[in-house]
Design a protein around this ligand. Sequence first.
Ligand code: IMP
Ligand code: MG
Length: 176
Amino acid sequence: MTNETIGTVLITEEQIREKAEEIGRQISEDYAGQEIILVGILRGAVPWMADVMKRITLDMTIDFMAVSSYGAATKSSGVVKINKDLETDIDGKHVIIVEDIVDSGVTLNYLEGYLKSRGAASVKLCSLLDKPEGRRVDIKADYVGFTVDDRFIVGYGLDYDQKFRNLPYITWLESE
Ligand code: IMP
Ligand code: MG
């Protein structure tokens, strides 16, 4: 792809903020009386995680992991590699993975297994977007912001070749 242009606004900043509030409230209810750790998947989850965590009223901590399965391409290679591991001991802790999008499900499926193998008491998944048509492994996020069509999405953390993460809304990539 040489010439990238973006589409019109698909999901506004306001809609995302409202959804983050709703999900933050839901997480606070679901885990009442428990301590949780949010594990954000770099780099796409950053803006969404910042929105959600501010709406959680429990004792909580955060950590990050970086994994790669996509290079500068729009299709998953199906291989997940850990580029940055946790710095926190999650043994016996309730973990919520925060992602930007679930597409094939390969990344989240792998991470769920990995975090359980590190001794997490429970692992749930919170994703800003869900693209069900892309699914290749059977996985379902517990907290989902919005469901999107099978297009390449950018903005609000999501990138194409590291660009467009800074857009304050969700849109898609149009190629020429
Ligand atoms: P999965 O393993 O196929 O579910 O892919 C998850 C990762 O692929 C996400 O964390 C994103 O970084 C990337 N990804 C999948 N679909 C899109 C998209 O439409 N736009 C941008 N990144 C995407
Ligand atoms: Mg990405």
